[in-house]
Design a protein around this ligand. Structure first.
Ligand code: UDP
Length: 416
């Protein structure tokens, strides 16, 4: 597997580390558990990481040096991609390794996959995770100025890969409509959640463990601090809610999980949080919004369980693991009707869906959910039931079936 910029063992919730890291980690483990040998090649970003780290029996992460050993923007990762590829080739040759298939994650990895597959004469499977053309439709910031190069590489990956994974029907339709994908290559494999890690914990216990007030109405946002995640829309929604219902001001609290609070850790991340704090100030909500930085997943389960609702206001979302994790903890979700969130959340059954970018609709849904205890209980049960359908084992079934198909097609071609 290739996951050039996203190490599956990275700390989550910071810049460029989120759902894709989790996905690669879980799928690699699942496939290895089934007896495949999986090596994940990724860029060496953390100085304290050893070159090789076990993900689990049969699955390893191999860090490949490429540029400075620290975070660099994706466009700089791209500029060094030739060197990165050459280093993998060298490593593989030096260690006498041999692979049957290359699975690339995200456009950066597609560049490497093409070169490796040609050298080793093996088929490729690609998963985009997010698509440049979809992102371009909704985001007005392109921090890495990567868009044009990215879209061109994505088009090529869609054309040349032997198999393509989409996380939802919507992503599949985007691949067909915007990238002219061959339907025969496409497999729709929804993502999964570990229901042992993300399980319902009694709200009183979770709140006690976190030292939170038992009486507050607690809303949660979890994710990377990026415009595309719609946090500003959520803050505007909360501002509107307080305007309409001033009585809720002292009662409702929004906790924002993700990002870096300490500029020593990551200055640009901290700046994004500062910008959001300014919006909080404009709405006079300093006492109602807490930014707590990123949290590791086992502890995150406590936060999901302590919350009355989890807001996922993304402008676009290829899948939306956060929604699924909250649901697995029995916490209803208010999400936007975009991408995979529509697959995960059944409106009125396991959460509420609102149009993206619409702070008034979001405010209304939040108010409804916070005030209506019966609705919350109904959605909480529905949420957990729904989440149980999405296991990593099922993801493994889907990916393995696609690998088998791709390898069989290649064998048949070679036999002619
Ligand atoms: N996450 C985490 N700690 C944080 C913030 C996020 O562990 O402080 C994890 C979260 O549990 C989820 C992932 O990061 O698994 C985010 O995935 P999602 O699909 O929601 O968003 P993406 O990052 O792919 O855009």
């Amino acid at each position: 597997m290739l996951s050039v910029h996203a190490c599956p063992l990275a700390k989550l919730g910071g810049r460029d580390s989120g759902g894709m890291n989790v996905y690669v980690r879980e799928v690699a483990r699942e496939l290895a558990w089934r007896g495949d040998r999986v090596d994940v090649f990724t860029r060496w970003r953390e100085p304290d990481d050893p070159q090789i780290q076990e993900l689990g029996p049969g699955a390893s992460v191999i860090h490949i040096p490429s540029g400075p050993v620290r975070y660099i923007p994706k466009i700089e990762v791209y500029e060094r991609i030739g060197q990165f590829t050459a280093s993998i080739l060298e490593y593989v040759e030096h260690n006498g390794l041999k692979y049957d298939l290359v699975h690339s994650h995200y456009w950066l990895s597609a560049v490497v996959a093409r070169e490796l597959a040609a050298r080793w004469d093996v088929p490729t499977v690609h998963m985009a995770h997010t698509l440049g053309l979809v992102k371009r439709e909704v985001a007005d910031e392109d921090p890495d100025a990567e868009s044009d190069i990215r879209v061109e590489i994505e088009r090529r990956a869609v054309r040349r890969s032997d198999g393509l994974v989409a996380a939802s029907e919507i992503e599949a339709s985007e691949l067909l409509r915007l990238y002219d994908a061959d339907p025969a290559k496409l497999s729709i494999v929804p993502c999964g959640v570990d229901t042992d890690v993300f399980r319902p914990i009694r709200q009183v216990d979770a709140r006690e463990a976190l030292g939170r007030d038992q009486c507050e109405r607690l809303m949660l946002f979890v994710g990377r601090i990026e415009q595309i995640k719609g946090i500003d829309v959520l803050l505007d929604a909360l501002g509107l809610l307080f305007k309409r219902r001033p009585d809720l001001r002292g009662d409702v609290c929004l906790v924002v999980v993700g990002g870096a609070l300490d500029p020593g850790d990551d200055a640009p991340e901290t700046e994004k949080i500062q910008e959001l704090r300014r919006l909080v100030h404009e709405h006079r909500m300093e006492d109602s919004v807490d930014f707590i930085g990123s949290i590791d997943q086992p502890r995150l389960a406590l936060w999901y369980s302590a919350a009355d609702l989890c807001a996922v206001p993304s402008l676009t979302e290829s899948f939306g693991l956060v929604a699924l994790e909250a649901m697995a903890c029995g916490t209803p979700v208010v999400a936007t009707r975009v991408g995979g969130l529509q697959t995960v959340v059944e409106d009125g059954e396991s959460g509420l869906l609102v149009p993206p970018g619409d702070h008034a609709a979001l405010a209304e849904a939040i108010e409804q959910l916070l005030m209506d205890h019966r609705l919350r209980t109904h959605l909480a049960h529905g949420a957990r039931d729904r989440a149980e359908h999405f296991t990593w084992q099922r993801v493994g079934d889907g990916i393995e079936a696609l690998y088998d198909r791709v390898l069989a097609a290649r064998a048949a071609r070679l036999a002619v």
